[in-house]
Design a protein around this ligand. Structure first.
Ligand code: GMT
Length: 374
């Protein structure tokens, strides 16, 4: 098949998932065309059967435009690429504005080259952005107009129906997936260069948005740190980074917290993790948690959104209510102090991650593509 993929190229779960999907589809023999304004951050090097088409934003300098109409530029590019490359379908990730531009492109193509539009809902497109008054009607319209819609968890599907009343929409749940060759545990675990000898290693990866509650990450860590030698690696960047840095200073743990910034490749670092922290306010699935589990790191997270579909409390990780810093820290310390218990949880996390093996999940998208094109 010839598939156009549009996603946010920036640091975030939806772009990561969309890019991994595109690469996996190309490995399975499909032609994949990424259409967005910059190369997606996980598109590393050359992959056969993968193309990147950059949306031209040069007209942004046109004096009449205070705000560049990116949405129209994207729809034009989707139209142009679909026509030239004879795409079968556009698979767009994150409803706003991608489902809307794909709708426009499909309508423009209707006579010359009919195509299908599949929209994958990822999380904040439904739980936050899409519910903003100014976007609500557009989000709902674009979802309803898509030929197919998927959600990355049962939670997100229910939330879409609840918030948008799309009772007639046939939303399929296709969970996030992980490449088990890229994300695998290291035996024995090697923390050289990551943390001082004898330190437990805790890791957090995100785009440091408010929804990630990065100050809670620091608070949990500081309680763990007072119980044992430990290092926290904060991977990523975003609006709340400064707050997190300040919290680390205020709690006197700044020497043991390393803000390493955005990394395109985190697999090796995750192999060094004893625990992964994800105390989010809301999380439709938690791709970062899944990648950590596949790498052998049990996850300490909130019982929020789709996280309970990935983590079984007390078995493959720890789940506590949002904001329960004390409980998350106490239980993290218990596990870290008990090597047999930690080993058990690590094994359960690795085994749970296998449920979301790329080789099991990507064919679900392929079947849906075939269904839409039939
Ligand atoms: O919030 C993020 O980290 C980014 C966000 C996005 O939409 O780019 O991620 C969402 O999509 C991921 C891939 O499907 C999910 O695993 C994340 O749980 C989800 N984030 C939220 O729901 C907050």
């Amino acid at each position: 098949m010839k598939i156009g993929i549009t996603c946010y190229p920036t640091y975030g779960g939806s772009g990561a998932l969309a890019t991994e999907l595109g690469i996996a589809l190309a490995h399975r023999g499909h032609d994949v065309h990424f259409i967005t304004y910059a190369a997606p951050f996980r598109l590393r090097g050359y992959t056969e059967r993968v193309w990147f088409h950059e949306v031209d934003t040069r007209l942004g300098r046109y004096p009449l435009f205070d705000h560049f109409p990116y949405t129209l530029a994207l729809a034009s590019k989707q139209h142009e690429v679909a026509l030239r490359e004879k795409l079968d379908l556009l698979h767009v990730h994150y409803a706003i504005p991608h489902a809307t531009t794909a709708y426009l492109a499909r309508e423009m193509l209707r006579k010359e080259h009919p195509i299908k539009v599949l929209t994958t809902l990822h999380g904040t497109d439904i739980t936050l952005v899409g519910q903003e008054a100014s976007f609500y009607a557009m989000t709902r319209f674009s979802i309803e107009q898509s030929d197919g819609v998927t959600a990355v968890s049962a939670y997100l599907k229910d939330e879409t129906v609840r918030a948008f009343g799309c009772n007639e929409c046939d939303i399929r749940v296709i969970p996030n997936f992980v490449n088990l060759e890229t994300y695998q545990p290291a035996e024995p675990k090697d923390c050289t260069g990551v943390a001082p000898e004898g330190h437990k290693v805790l890791v957090h990866i995100s785009n440091f948005r408010e929804v990630k509650r990065v100050r809670d990450v620091i608070r949990i860590f500081s309680r763990v740190r007072s119980a044992m030698p430990a290092t926290l690696l904060m991977v990523g960047d975003g609006p709340d980074r400064e707050e997190a840095e300040r919290e680390a200073r205020d709690l006197g743990v700044e020497r043991d917290v390393r803000f390493v910034g955005r990394l395109d490749e985190v697999a090796t670092l995750l192999q060094a993790a004893d625990l992964f922290l994800l105390p989010s306010q809301s999380e439709s699935f938690g791709l970062a948690a899944l990648e950590a589990m596949a790498s052998g790191a049990p996850v300490v997270a909130t019982r929020a959104g789709g996280l309970p579909e990935v983590i079984t409390d007390g078995v493959s990780g720890i789940l506590e209510p949002v904001g329960s810093v004390e409980a998350m820290a106490r239980r993290a310390v218990e596990v870290l102090r008990d090597p047999a218990r930690h080993q058990q949880m690590r094994a359960a996390a690795i085994s749970a991650a296998r449920e979301f093996d790329e080789n099991r999940i990507v064919p679900m998208y392929e079947s849906l593509y075939e269904e839409l094109l039939a």
